[in-house]
Design a protein around this ligand. Structure first.
Ligand SMILES: [Zn+2]
Length: 307
């Protein structure tokens, strides 16, 4: 087993009409939960870490841990930098052993986004590493960056961007958002934009960020056992499944895993007040991650037997 880039994964996913799940991790239990689910479902997977997760866990610890867990559990996976803020961070991850990086220049002027993406692509491709970029702006909060409004991706600009940068995949804004509070009213995704991009960039892998479904039962469990998570609302799973059957080849889900882990650990601790072995409550969190990822593979991604 080894860490692989996303090229073949995306080719197969595009042809097969499914998506690869990209799950954020920052510790051992999350990592094992995700990989165990993928082993059980025989599913391809992308493990990703943001800048703040890397700061939390330590870059070399993360790389070594993902390599070792991939080997021990028996699932080839990509290790991807989520929302790389600049060239230096992307280079640092590539040099440390990441097999895929995102350079997020979506908040920059268009020409600056093109320039920084091109710079990362040149370096990454020389090391056989895949690159994801972003065009358009998602509402919500991701690490240090917050936006109140969506700025939907312009399909013609997407074509120009891909041609000029040579980037391997593109995250687009069609109405998904970061965090647990995605919609005030009805959920709405701009499938017309996705269709237009698919028509103009045939066979090109598209990425959706901010695509957690925010299961109300899990939120209720967290709140029942002392949590205070109000008004959380995510993307309906049917919409995500539809996107997976189109050009979307990678779907990022972070919030759903955080909620599942938190709810199960709160429940475990409330029900076992005398227990103080961390393996017991962290283990409950790990099982919850495994269960939620298995469910995503079946009902959102469609990636069962894609390994
Ligand atoms: Zn994101």
């Amino acid at each position: 087993m080894s860490l692989i880039n996303t090229k073949k994964m995306f080719e197969k996913a595009y042809k097969g009409g499914y998506s690869i799940g990209a799950f954020n991790i920052s510790d051992l239990e999350q990592l094992q939960g995700v990989l165990r689910a993928c082993k059980e479902k025989n599913s391809a997977v992308i493990i990703q870490a943001s800048k703040s997760a890397i700061e939390y866990a330590g870059i070399n610890t993360l790389v070594a841990m993902v390599k070792a867990a991939s080997d021990e559990i028996g699932v080839d996976c990509a290790l991807h930098l989520d929302h790389g803020p600049n060239f230096e961070m992307a280079k640092k991850c590539i040099d440390a052993g990441f097999t895929s990086v995102m350079i997020d220049g979506s908040h920059l002027d268009y020409e600056e986004n093109v320039a920084i993406t091109k710079e990362v692509v040149e370096y990454a491709h020389s090391k056989n590493v895949s690159v994801e970029a972003e065009l358009g702006v998602l509402a919500g909060t991701e690490d240090d960056v917050t936006s109140d409004v969506h700025k939907f991706t312009d399909p013609d600009q997407a074509v120009d961007f891909v041609n000029r940068t040579g980037v391997d995949s593109l995250a687009i804004a069609i109405g998904t958002s970061h965090g647990a509070f995605k919609f005030k009213g009805e959920a709405k995704l701009r499938f017309d934009i996705l269709e237009s991009i698919q028509a103009k960039l045939p066979n090109y892998p598209i990425v959706l960020h901010g695509a957690s479904a925010v299961d109300q039962e899990i939120v209720a469990t967290a709140n029942k056992f002392g949590g205070d998570i109000a008004g959380a609302k995510g993307i309906p799973v049917e919409m995500l499944r539809k996107a997976s059957s189109m050009a979307v080849c990678k779907i990022n889900m972070d919030t759903d895993l955080r909620l599942a882990m938190t709810a199960s650990m709160r429940k475990f601790m409330a029900e076992n007040p005398s227990q103080f072995d961390p393996r017991k409550y962290l283990g409950a969190g790990r099982d919850a991650i495994q269960a939620v990822v298995s469910e995503k593979i079946d009902i959102v991604l469609g990636s069962k037997d894609s390994l």
